[in-house]
Design a protein around this ligand. Structure first.
Ligand code: GLN
Length: 303
């Protein structure tokens, strides 16, 4: 298939779309990004790479990091992580607190903020130097040594993170945060501040498409574990728009409020997009459009 031509056509089509979405305003670093940046990167499992637009510019991956933290936690503890976080779609916004009280501090899934905070707590317990070890893991699975946290973003996350601070304390009151709340939040704020290009993002998610094995041959998770995390991405990766993404795109994936989306077709490819204008659910407007066009044109969706 002529992937480059397909990406170029989608890119040109996307530029004609109405620009109704708004960049995230929760932090100055995100609010100041040029809203019209747009990039796509595709990596196939036979090692081909195709890119268009601003695919080599770093952006804040934000909640996309939640798929990588849960992968690391799952590789350390296996099924035991599901005692502390569920695998059900929440149907609520990513930063919602409402379900936590009647579900006794067990978040619905690892991709809403409450669930990601529990996963962060697990990693703080399991890793010797949590932030550094997580970074080493990301660099290793992606084979990109320059991937790093943006410390200014991490600081802003802290300064503006009142809801996350509330969530972490609420979880602690149920006993579902074992470590010091501030330490867990510090880890979470750093994971959200990770910056990647579309290319780095696509490479980081390669193992999800490749039965748990990275591009360089490291087995991160076994086949069954990767099948399970892909299933959770499919059902929960886009918060209360997960049904819509499944309906339109038909691939497991994960989004972040920095405007990134990564989606994958097991045993075939990983595609990453970046466009900072978000719809009202917090997902990249053009990213959703581009990925819908991609699976429609190529007829490559898991459905
Ligand atoms: N840092 C953001 C938060 O914790 C991430 C949200 C997102 O990308 N959906 O609220």
């Amino acid at each position: 298939m002529e992937f480059l031509k397909i990406l170029e056509d989608i890119y040109n089509e996307a530029l004609q779309q109405p620009k109704t979405g708004q960049v995230a305003t929760s932090m100055p670093e995100l609010a100041l990004i040029n809203p019209d940046k747009f990039g796509l990167h595709l990596v196939t499992l036979n090692g081909e790479n195709y890119a268009v637009g601003n695919a080599d510019e770093k952006f804040s991956i934000q909640s996309i990091s939640k798929a990588l933290t849960v992968a690391l936690a799952f590789s350390k503890l296996g099924e035991a992580i599901w005692e502390r976080v569920g695998v059900e779609p929440s149907g609520n916004p990513f930063n919602s607190l409402v379900q936590l009280e009647y579900e006794k501090g067990i978040p619905r899934n690892p991709f809403i903020n409450a669930g990601a905070l529990v996963i962060a707590d697990i990693l703080v317990s399991e890793l010797k130097n949590p932030k550094q070890d997580f970074l080493t893991f990301i660099r290793e699975i992606s084979s990109h040594e320059t991937i790093d946290f943006n410390l200014e973003v991490a600081k802003s996350e802290r300064q503006t993170g009142f809801r996350n601070i509330a969530l972490a304390n609420f979880l602690k009151s149920f006993g579902n945060i074992k470590n010091d709340v501030d330490e867990v939040l510090d880890f979470y704020f750093h994971q959200c501040s990770l910056e990647m290009t579309c290319k780095e993002l696509a490479h980081s998610f390669y193992f999800f498409a490749n039965e748990g094995k990275t591009k360089s041959g490291k087995q991160v998770l076994n086949k069954s574990q990767v099948k399970r995390l892909n299933a959770i991405m499919q059902t929960c990766g886009f918060y209360d728009e997960s049904g819509e993404f499944t309906y339109k795109v038909g691939l497991p994936g994960k989004s972040g409020i920095g405007g990134g989306i990564v989606a994958l077709y097991p045993k075939n490819f990983v595609i990453a997009s970046w466009s900072p204008r978000l719809n009202e659910k917090g997902n990249s407007e053009l990213g959703m459009f581009a990925l819908e066009r991609f699976t429609t044109i190529t007829e490559m969706s898991i459905f």
